[in-house]
Write a new protein. Structure first.
Length: 146
């Protein structure tokens, strides 16, 4: 009986002492969501339940409308338009939270806190597709590219 107990103790010590160590290596997952995203396409669902995309209505002579998501949880949406011969940006700034596939943005408009939700449908380093619901309940899809 003593031999069995000693044998079990020996193997338990052997197994715990042979655990692998990571030698100080830190593994990080690439953060694909942060950065500058340019609006490329806008889409909606047709009567056959297929998403149909069209070019996003950017002002051709101006910079593309864009979304900037920062690592500190702040964001900025820039909407460029042509006023005379000048490109003018209307910026909306606020905070965002990413939880699973949902991005919730919050900003203040006329001293009222406004929140909007977007769901990430697809995300690669070069392209992100998000969807939201407009005031009439229709799903609106956006393709954004870097």
């Amino acid at each position: 009986m003593k031999k069995i107990i000693l044998l079990l103790l020996f193997f338990s010590f052997f197994l715990t002492s042979c655990e692998s160590e990571e030698d100080g290596i830190t593994y990080t997952t690439p953060d694909y969501i942060t950065g500058k995203w340019n609006f490329s396409k806008i889409g909606s669902i047709n009567s056959q339940s297929i998403v149909i995309y069209q070019d996003y209505p950017n002002t051709q002579t101006c910079e593309s409308d864009n979304l900037i998501l920062n690592a500190d949880g702040t964001y900025e949406i820039n909407d460029f338009s042509l006023q005379g011969t000048n490109c003018v940006s209307t910026a909306q700034t606020g905070n965002f939270i990413l939880f699973n596939k949902d991005i919730t943005v919050s900003y203040t408009e006329n001293n009222i806190l406004v929140t909007k939700s977007y769901t990430v449908i697809s995300l690669t380093y070069q392209e992100m597709i998000i969807v939201t619901t407009n005031a009439s309940g229709q799903s609106i899809f956006y393709k954004l590219i870097r």
